[in-house]
Design a protein around this ligand. Structure first.
Ligand code: RTP
Ligand code: MG
Length: 141
């Protein structure tokens, strides 16, 4: 499998719980490297733009309000099959359905406050990485 990059966000609920380090350790232990990272408070416009694909969904407003409720930790993770690997580490969107030992099973409270985001495909990973780290190629290894 090829070396890929994916965008990860540790969401406001997990940042507030002080488990950034525990979640990052799971990525590191799975062999993913951190290619970029920052702690940011998203504006409403930034959160709306990031989740624009969901703009017509009934949960959009709640999702945006949640994403701006506190700082988020945004990372680019890099490694073999990073996109799928990250999704597997995250677990299902609804933590009640997430497999035991996944990040969402262990740290998330609800489908709304579900601890992490991860890109779901190569195309979305490219768009999402550019959204938060437009100059990342400067740091490419
Ligand atoms: P994410 O984009 O945050 O990594 O999550 P995901 O791919 O697992 O789920 P997605 O379908 O992309 O939905 C984005 C976020 O919207 C919230 N959501 N709520 N109430 C609902 O039915 C519902 N469905 C989705 C979740 O917080 C999800 O992470
Ligand atoms: Mg998604």
């Amino acid at each position: 499998m090829a070396i890929e990059r994916t965008l990860s966000i540790i969401k406001p609920d997990a940042v507030a719980k002080n488990v950034i380090g525990q979640i990052v350790s799971r990525f590191e232990n799975a062999g993913l490297k951190i290619a970029a990272a920052k702690l940011v408070q998203l504006s409403r416009a930034e959160a709306e733009g990031f989740y624009a694909v969901h703009a017509a969904r009934p949960f959009f407003n709640d999702l945006v309000n949640f994403m701006i409720s506190g700082p988020v930790f945004v990372q680019v993770l890099e490694g073999e099959g990073a996109i799928l690997k990250n999704r597997e580490l995250m677990g299902a969107t609804d933590p009640k359905k997430a497999e035991a030992g996944t990040i969402r099973a262990d740290f998330a409270e609800s489908i709304d406050a579900n601890a992490v985001h991860g890109s779901d495909a190569p195309e979305t990973a490219a768009v999402e990485i550019a959204y938060f780290f437009p100059t990342l190629n400067v740091y490419a290894r």
